[in-house]
Design a protein around this ligand. Structure first.
Ligand SMILES: Nc1ncnc2c1ncn2[C@@H]1O[C@H](COP(=O)(O)OP(=O)(O)OP(=O)(O)O)[C@@H](O)[C@H]1O
Ligand SMILES: [Mg+2]
Length: 353
C-alpha cells in the first residue's frame, strides 16, 4: 500500500558520548512528513534540529554519536537498520541536504561544474558530458545567470546568494524525493533570503519534492511550511498544520516563540523574550525540559515528561498544562521589566536594542 507518508520518525534518540557525559541531542523525536509537503522544524539553537536531520542522512558524528532508540522510516524502510551501501544510494539520490553555509559544503579547490558532475555521477552511470548537461540544467533551474560560465567558476568567485543557489542546484540535480534544508537562508541578507525561499517553494512545486525546512525563524516557517514541528531540548513540543499552530499554539514554548516575533503594527519597542536559556542536554532529565522556563509549569512538570498527544485533530502537543482557546500567553504577562530582545533566539543571545 503506497503511503502518503514519506518520512516517519518514531521515538528517535541520537546520543553523543562526550568526556563530560552523554549528550541526549535527540531524545525521543516523532513526526511524519507527508509526500509533497514542506515540514518546518523550528526551535532555538541547540534544540537538536540539525542532529535530527543528520540522523536521517546517517551523517551525525561517529563513533561518538549513536542512534540508541527509534526508527526512521523513509518510504517505509527503516534507515536506522540500513547498511552504508544502501545509505549511500539514498543520500544525494532520494534524500538531499543543503546546509546553512554553502562554503562548508562546496569544495573551494574544484569548479562548481566539476562538483555537481561528480555528485551526479556518484549516483548515475552516465558519462561526464551527460552529467555536465544535467548540471547546466540544474543551474538554470535555480536561476543562476550565465550558467555555462558559472559551471566553470570556483565557489569563491560566486556571491553568497549564488553559492547557495549552486548548492541547491547540486542538491536537486538527482531529483530527490526529499530535500532537507538546514537553515538555508540564515547566512544571507534579507532580500536574498526571500529569493532563496521563493526558489525553494517553486522547486518543491515543479519537482514534486517534499521538504524538511529547518530554521529558528518562525517567519520562514510561515512562508514555506505546510506543517510545523516545534522542537525543544531534543524533543518535539508541538506538531500541527502551520495555520493551526499560528492560530492556536498549545505549547507555552511555541507561544513564547511567537511572542518573540516583532509586531510591526505595535509601536512598542519592547519585545518579549523567553526567559532563561536552553537546557544542557547532558545526562538524564526528569520531567519536561522546558519546565524551568515555563510560565505555566505545574509541580508535575518537573517530575514526569509529558508525552506527545493529539489534543485536537492533527494537532499534537507534549505539555501537562497546555494552552486552550482564550488562555493568556506569556506575552500577556509581559510587564515593564521585560527587556527588549532580538527576535531570533540563538546561542549566547544577549539583549539587543
Ligand atoms: N558531535 C557532537 N558531540 C557532542 N554533542 C553534539 C554533537 N553534535 C551536536 N551536539 C549537541 O547536540 C545538541 C543539539 O545540536 P544541534 O546542532 O542539533 O542543534 P540545532 O537545533 O541544530 O541548533 P542550531 O540552531 O544552533 O543549529 C547540542 O547541545 C549540541 O551541542
Ligand atoms: Mg543546526
Amino acid at each position: 500500500m503506497p503511503s502518503d507518508i514519506l518520512l516517519s520518525i518514531r521515538g528517535l534518540k541520537t546520543h553523543f558520548s562526550t568526556p563530560v557525559g552523554i549528550v541526549s541531542a535527540v531524545d525521543g523525536v516523532s513526526f511524519d512528513l507527508t509526500r509533497g509537503e514542506t515540514l518546518g522544524l523550528v526551535g532555538e539553537s541547540g534544540s537538536g534540529k540539525t542532529v535530527t536531520a543528520l540522523s536521517v542522512m546517517q551523517l551525525y558524528a561517529k563513533p561518538q554519536g549513536r542512534i540508541v532508540a527509534g526508527k526512521i522510516l523513509f518510504e517505509g524502510k527503516d534507515i536506522t537498520a540500513m547498511g552504508e551501501k544502501d545509505m549511500y544510494n539514498i543520500r544525494g539520490n532520494s534524500i538531499s541536504m543543503i546546509f546553512q553555509e554553502p562554503m562548508t559544503s562546496l569544495n573551494p579547490v574544484y569548479t562548481i561544474g566539476r562538483q555537481i558532475v561528480e555528485a551526479i555521477r556518484a549516483h548515475r552511470a552516465i558519462d561526464k558530458k551527460e552529467a555536465w548537461a544535467i548540471a547546466l540544467e540544474a543551474l538554470k533551474q535555480v536561476g543562476i545567470p550565465d550558467p555555462e560560465r558559472r559551471l566553470r567558476s570556483y565557489p569563491h568567485e560566486l556571491s553568497g546568494g549564488m553559492r547557495q543557489r549552486a548548492m541547491i542546484a547540486m542538491a536537486i540535480s538527482c531529483k530527490p524525493t526529499l530535500l532537507i534544508a538546514d537553515e538555508p537562508t540564515t547566512a544571507l541578507d534579507v532580500t536574498i533570503q526571500a529569493q532563496i525561499l521563493q526558489l525553494l517553494r517553486e522547486l518543491k512545486e515543479t519537482m514534486g519534492m517534499s521538504m524538511l525546512m529547518i530554521t529558528h525563524d518562525l517567519g520562514v516557517i510561515a512562508e514555506v511550511a505546510d506543517k510545523v514541528a516545534v522542537m525543544y531540548g531534543g524533543r518535539i513540543a508541538e506538531y500541527a498544520e502551520t495555520a493551526s499552530l499560528f492560530a492556536s499554539p498549545m505549547h507555552p514554548y511555541t507561544r513564547g516563540l511567537m511572542d518573540s516575533i516583532p509586531d510591526i503594527e505595535k509601536e512598542s519597542a519592547q519585545l518579549y523574550s523567553i526567559p532563561g536559556t536552553v537546557p544542557s542536554l547532558i545526562g538524564e532529565t526528569k520531567g519536561c525540559r522546558f519546565a524551568n522556563r515555563c510560565p505555566r509549569a505545574l509541580p508535575r512538570c518537573t517530575e514526569e515528561a509529558p508525552e506527545l498527544v493529539e489534543a485536537a485533530p492533527g494537532h499534537l502537543v507534549a505539555c501537562w498544562n497546555r494552552l486552550g482557546a482564550g488562555d493568556e500567553g506569556p506575552q500577556d504577562k509581559r510587564s515593564s521589566e521585560a527587556e527588549p530582545q532580538s527576535r531570533r533566539m540563538t546561542k549566547g543571545e544577549g539583549a539587543q536594542p
